[in-house]
Write a protein that binds this ligand. Structure first.
Ligand SMILES: Cc1cc2nc3c(=O)[nH]c(=O)nc-3n(C[C@H](O)[C@H](O)[C@H](O)COP(=O)(O)OP(=O)(O)OC[C@H]3O[C@@H](n4cnc5c(N)ncnc54)[C@H](O)[C@@H]3O)c2cc1C
Length: 493
């Protein structure tokens, strides 16, 4: 048998890679791991963790306002970005160290280097060194992508938000997915004037339609200037904006409206790529809805792509899909038997707990002799907008395509916010199979919906019926009691 340097070599020290490395090392395997950037990956350094801390920071504005309605008396305060950002980065440094020391204590060899495949058993590290391994696990994650429009390089992406020197006065967020909507709510909560453009008919594609509708309404009610069915047609540095008052937010900034049959139209030259302008400065944007104005920043939240370029996949014979994602079987094995892949780079479900579970299933399969498929069914998840969306299982739209369903749904103003004079509404929705009575989907729009769906997700995953939900006594007075008190379906579908 060939003699390898390692039993397992992991490329990527993010959520999936670190968990797989640690669990494999715990079986006695000799494990090496290469990370080209900071240990902890997207979740810890530029995703879930810093984002959630920003969510917390942004919600205090409502808390302070509500407190006054509850009789508290205190002067207006202001949010100071710089001390918050410094504390945030200190926390990320601490967490990175925790990840590093967990690997260290597990006996994993850490290589602070970029790695790529040389062949099915060989990994090339930055600097030319190579190591061999019986098994290689690719867990390199993904990166944000900008749209293919002129001057897109002027816009920021989610990674950049955590590094801002100062909080902008105004931003345009482009995109309608969960990252776009979360940052729209965060920045708005911190006092930034937020405009959001999304080319689709409704934000949060893939989530339940009623939940999407309510979140969209609530975001607009909070002052986010959301424009659906809207695309950028021209983007340039604010200093190169066409003549006319810039930054008014009105059509005047375009010079004049441009349109077929408009005798007064002034044709604005299409933007040429600006070689001098650097990312992150003020930009001027003209959109398909006729608006034309400057923003302190444009933030593109227009999707993510797998980190597969330059990884040596072709040399090793690993097959990729149309978007560059690594194709794997149910056990995360690639087209090359010695090479496995987990997490965002496989583009199955791009969530931290899923990457972690895929890593653990990999160890069970390869190092514990217990072939285990990661379970991608009924994964609960949350969107940390304000209010939050918690969801598990099928949307109404998905379920009704599969079988007849009863829909139980209620929407109301919760006591806490209603007392404070806020117009916020919550939504609780259960999608129930007419035939088996199983709850196929649960969708909650409410403060703390992320916490609620973690608990409701257990019941849905366990396959409980609507009648078993209802057999559970309500906790009163809570908003979540609606989960067990919706007696009559509002419709069948
Ligand atoms: C803004 C944002 C918010 C998010 N919020 C949530 C959330 O609330 N909840 C949730 O569950 N998920 C969230 N996610 C998704 C979550 O972060 C990812 O699903 C998760 O981190 C994927 O883990 P991974 O191990 O596949 O990859 P990653 O965590 O991305 O780790 C990959 C690592 O590989 C390294 N790497 C890449 N190429 C190489 C190479 N050639 N050599 C060496 N190292 C390499 C990278 O530097 C990185 O550290 C969020 C993501 C973003 C961007």
């Amino acid at each position: 048998m060939a003699d390898f340097d390692y039993d397992l070599f992991v490329i990527g020290g993010g959520s999936g890679g670190v968990r797989a490395a640690r669990t494999a090392a715990a079986t006695g395997a000799k494990v090496g791991l290469a990370e080209e950037s900071r240990m902890g990956g997207t979740c810890v350094i530029r995703g879930c963790v810093p984002k959630k801390l920003m969510v917390f920071a942004s919600t205090y504005r409502d808390t302070f306002a509500d407190a006054r309605s509850y009789g508290w008396d205190f002067p207006d305060g202001t949010f100071r970005w710089a001390p918050f950002r410094d504390k945030l980065h200190a926390e990320l440094d601490r967490l990175e160290e925790v990840y590093r020391s967990l690997l260290d204590k597990s006996g994993v060899d850490i290589h602070d280097a970029r790695a790529s495949l040389a062949d099915p058993h060989t990994v090339r590290l930055d600097g030319g060194r190579t190591v061999t391994a019986k098994h290689i696990l690719i867990a390199v994650g993904g990166h944000p992508v900008r749209p293919e429009i002129a001057n897109a390089h002027l816009g920021l992406v989610s990674d950049d938000i955590f590094q801002l020197d100062a909080l902008p006065k105004s931003v345009l967020i482009v995109g309608g997915g969960y990252i776009a909507c979360e940052f729209a709510c965060i920045l708005s909560g911190l006092g930034v004037e937020v405009t959001q453009h999304y080319r689709g008919a409704q934000i949060l594609r893939g989530f339940d339609d009623e939940a999407r509708g309510l979140i969209s309404e609530m975001m607009q009610a909070r002052g986010i200037d959301l424009h659906l069915g809207t695309n950028i047609v021209d983007l340039r540095p604010a200093s190169e904006a066409p003549e006319g008052p810039v930054g008014t937010g009105s059509d005047a900034a375009m010079g004049a409206p441009v349109g077929v049959g408009d005798a007064t139209a002034t044709v604005v030259e299409p933007a040429r790529p600006s070689a001098t302008a650097r990312p992150g400065g003020p930009v001027w944007v003209k959109a398909t809805n006729g608006s034309a104005r400057s923003f302190d920043h444009v933030i593109f939240a227009t999707g993510r792509a797998p980190n597969t370029s330059g990884l040596g996949l072709e040399e090793a014979g690993v097959t990729t899909g149309r978007r560059g994602e690594i194709l794997v079987d149910d056990y995360s094995q690639t087209s090359v038997p010695s090479i496995y892949a987990i997490g965002d780079v496989t583009d199955r479900i791009q969530l931290t707990p899923v990457a972690i579970r895929e890593g653990m299933a990999f160890t069970e399969t390869v190092f514990k002799g217990n072939p285990t498929k990661p379970d991608h069914a009924l994964v609960p998840s949350a969107v940390f907008t304000q209010p939050e969306l918690g969801t598990v299982g099928l949307t109404e739209e998905e379920a009704r395509d599969q079988e007849p369903v009863d829909i139980y749904c209620t929407s109301f103003r919760p006591m806490q916010q209603a007392f404070a004079g806020r117009q916020d509404r919550v939504l609780f929705k259960l999608v129930v199979s007419k035939d088996s009575r199983r709850v196929l989907g649960c969708h909650i729009v409410a403060d703390h919906a992320g916490e609620m769906i973690q608990l409701a997700g257990i019941a849905v995953k366990a396959g409980l019926t609507k009648e078993q939900f209802d057999a559970t006594c309500a906790v009163h007075p809570t908003v979540a009691e609606e989960l067990v008190t919706m007696a009559v379906p509002i419709r069948s579908a």
